[in-house]
Design a protein around this ligand. Structure first.
Ligand code: PLP
Length: 413
């Protein structure tokens, strides 16, 4: 028997792998020491746990363990990378044409944890270019190149988009930034642990990722800070005891860090097999859904996408109704009607997708334990729900009769 509801929201968070939990357990009880305690075994044990995790994390992205700063997750990592680099490398007013503190490039469909720090810096005198993506959602090196200025100090672009799964041209952008001596930060929260990553080969200076997106615990993550060629420095955003090379003060979350390390090692070993299996499941899902239902659209680039994320819109369906009809499937919707705002997803809007199709979109994201059976169930359930809702839709009837909805002159009241 299939256990309901089915979890298809792995882009929001992943369950903790039981092997990760097992690695963490001793650090709650026997090995509870403060890694900063230099004078006794309890401190040394905790420190050894952190050292191992730092190696595991570094190894996953092709970095040196000295380049890993443990954080509370990607929101903190992004804040530290973006604000920390901007404050460290700001132009003195004379060096910047606008009299500003320096120029930063990002994109309008980034995660809020990148957009909000950028907006803060904008208020504080930095110039920020928010690139607008093309319809496929992919930011190219060409687009970044066109936006570059003499006073550009930082480019911050995600590796893969959390709503769409689309993949930006990060290695190409890395090459470009390197040639212009501009720092590149990438929010790689959706990418790392799922796809092979090498910060050295791809010229990344700063890279953020998070435990709970890679089958590790919540509240822990890491920021990679390049140490040579060039040696990147940041202005700390949390000050105090000087932990994590002074970049992130506060007693280390030893248990979380140990779990994060274990999760990274498992990803390293299993990402190829997981990815290949999930790609097949995603392809099945999109093939079956588009075959069974007309007026559907896959959002974002058709090929440059993570294997496990599908963002799909169903025409002539009301988003709210759709979510209600598929309660057995835990997934995300492009419709924000359930939250405080009535605005649909700003990411879908950024791609030029109309409000109707944005509202009626689903993000289905699979993970390490998603089965064929679960995917089959989801396909059947979604197909049934969309068909039922369309029976109630006069607009869908008109569409079927060949009337172009967009040319209708609605009667004024
Ligand atoms: C989840 C996510 C974040 C936020 O990460 P937390 O660890 O929850 O703070 C940031 N960026 C992207 C792309 C994400 O998917």
């Amino acid at each position: 028997m299939l256990k309901l509801p089915i979890y298809l929201d792995h882009a929001a968070t992943t369950p903790c792998d039981p092997r990760v939990v097992e690695a963490m357990l001793p650090y709650f009880t026997e090995k509870f020491g403060n890694a900063g305690s230099r004078n006794h075994k309890f401190g040394w044990e905790a420190e050894a746990g952190i050292d191992k995790a730092r190696e595991q994390a570094a190894s996953l992205i092709g970095a040196n363990e000295k380049e890993i700063i443990f954080t509370s997750g990607s929101t903190e990592g992004n804040n530290l990378a973006i604000k920390g680099a901007a404050e460290m490398y700001e132009k003195k007013p004379a060096g910047s044409p606008g009299g500003g503190r320096g120029h930063i490039i990002t994109a309008i469909h980034e995660h809020k944890a990148v957009l909000d720090p950028c907006k803060r810096l904008q208020k504080e005198g930095f110039d920020v270019t928010f690139l607008e993506p093309p319809r496929d959602g992919v930011i190219t090196a060409e687009a970044v190149k066109a936006a570059m200025r003499d006073d550009t100090i930082l480019v911050t672009l995600m590796w893969a988009n959390n709503e769409l799964g689309t993949i930006n041209e990060v290695p190409e952008i890395g090459k470009l930034c390197k040639s212009r001596s501009v720092l590149l930060h990438t929010d790689a929260t959706q990418w790392v642990g799922k796809m092979p990553t090498n910060v050295e080969r791809d010229n990344i200076d700063l890279l953020t990722w998070s435990g709970h997106k890679v089958y590790g615990p919540k509240g822990v993550g890491a920021l990679y800070v390049r140490r040579r060629n060039p040696r990147v420095r940041l202005v700390a955003q949390i000050e105090g005891g000087g932990q994590e090379r002074g970049y992130r003060s506060g007693t280390q979350n030893v248990t979380g860090i140990v779990g994060f390390g274990a999760a990274c090692e498992l990803c390293m070993r299993e990402m190829d097999a997981d990815g290949a299996r999930l790609l097949k499941l995603r392809q099945k899902m999109e093939t079956e859904l588009t075959k069974a239902l007309d007026v559907t659209q896959i959002n974002g680039h058709q090929d440059r996408r993570l294997p496990h994320i599908l963002n799909i819109s169903f025409g002539f369906v009301e988003g709210e109704g759709l979510m209600m009809a598929i309660k057995e499937i835990a997934c995300s919707s492009g419709s924000a009607c359930t939250s405080a705002s009535l605005e649909p997803s700003y990411v879908l809007k950024a791609l030029g997708i109309g409000d109707d199709l944005a509202h009626s979109s689903l993000r289905l994201s699979m993970g390490r334990w998603t089965t064929d059976e679960q995917v089959d169930y989801a396909i059947a359930k979604i197909t049934e729900a969309v068909k039922k809702l369309r029976v109630l839709s006069p607009l869908y009837d008109m569409h079927m009769e060949g009337i172009d909805i967009n040319t209708i002159q609605w009667a004024a009241h």
